[in-house]
Design a protein around this ligand. Structure first.
Ligand SMILES: C[S@@+](CC[C@H](N)C(=O)[O-])C[C@H]1O[C@@H](n2cnc3c(N)ncnc32)[C@H](O)[C@@H]1O
Length: 308
């Protein structure tokens, strides 16, 4: 067993342990910042003084020796998500009671988080859709339709459009700055004709038996709108249609506490899997399925089907 001793030769006290924990985490935060800059420089997105490049490359090489094997697209996506999370963490330390960067108009952060959320699409397709009989086939039909509640900058909606090439995707959001970026992103994408962006609160959404799959961005929907929103989604789904309530999560107590803080800052209610399942049942869903996944950040899905 290794015994750590302090500079005075004694066993570490609480303050020694705290100091060493903060030292370790500070090094990690600095490493993350350096790594993000190194990735940005490699992908041609960030210009840096020549003298910085070598130490940044040394740090990047230390973290991932095989960086050269990664394509530019995934490299950019990973770097921008890391950057957005770092900026959010710094914002939290400085302004704990202000909402997350998602609620301020920082297009870089919004785009980065949106890109990060696109990874939820394959996770839903692979982990949730196969659990419901006939849903995968339904989503391949020419009239398949997907509802994205909390469409943000549209990155996840575009991912759904790629995953289900016959489906139309309706994206709802209440926040015009996000919708403005979503319109630009959609216009640049090949499936623009299949994506319909609407400025609409999910609690006021009025559609009947029109969708096969609905994504519900749980951490971002304020508590007063959740139950009514879920009922509106239930009515908007065709019989057999499935809602996926997405939530932040974490496999350890530390990750779970961080997820709760992220949810609070995002404006939504902190709910356990059982509480989400209960909300879904009250809104008229059954066949509840809970799935945990890791898409860069740990996430939880609680899904339910409109069987009646
Ligand atoms: C973090 S974003 C989702 C990111 C998104 N997946 C993307 O690809 O950019 C969640 C969105 O939910 C929106 N939102 C919050 N309350 C809402 C409500 N009541 N109805 C519809 N959208 C809402 C927020 O404005 C925010 O843009």
């Amino acid at each position: 067993m290794t015994t750590t001793v302090t500079s005075e030769g004694g066993t570490p006290t609480a303050i020694d342990q705290l100091r060493s924990a903060i030292n370790r985490m500070t090094t990690e935060a600095e490493t993350l910042a350096a790594l993000i800059l190194a990735l940005g420089h490699r992908s041609g997105d960030v210009e840096l003084p020549e003298a910085m490049v070598k130490p940044l490359e040394t740090i990047a090489d230390h973290v991932t020796p095989d960086l050269g094997a990664i394509d530019l697209g995934p490299l950019r996506a990973v770097a921008s998500l890391g950057r957005a999370m770092l900026i959010q963490a710094a914002g939290f330390a400085a302004h704990p009671t202000e909402p997350s960067a998602w609620a301020v108009t920082d297009p870089v952060v919004m785009q980065s988080l949106g890109q990060g959320s696109a990874a939820l699409g394959p996770a839903v397709a692979n982990l949730v859709v196969p659990r419901y009989d006939g849903l995968a086939a339904r989503l391949g039909e020419p009239d398949a339709a997907i509802l994205d509640v909390g469409v943000g900058v549209g990155a996840l909606a575009l991912m759904f459009a790629d995953l289900y090439p016959t489906a139309t995707v309706v994206g709802l959001d209440v926040w015009e700055p996000a919708l403005a970026l979503a319109r630009e992103n959609v216009a640049r994408h090949g499936s623009a004709g299949r994506i319909d962006l609407r400025c609409c609160d999910v609690a006021e959404f009025d559609a009947t038996e029109a969708f096969d799959l609905a994504w519900f961005a749980g951490p971002f929907i304020p508590e007063p709108n959740v139950d009514r929103g879920l009922r509106r989604v239930r009515d908007a789904l065709r019989p057999g249609g499935v809602v996926v309530y997405g939530a932040f999560g974490g496999p350890t107590p530390l990750a779970a506490a961080l997820a709760d803080l992220r949810t609070l800052r995002s404006g939504g209610p902190v709910l356990t899997d059982d509480e989400i399942a209960q909300r879904l049942r009250q809104a008229g869903f059954d066949q509840i399925e809970t799935v945990g996944t890791d898409v860069g950040l740990p996430a939880r899905f609680v899904a339910g089907s409109r069987t009646r």
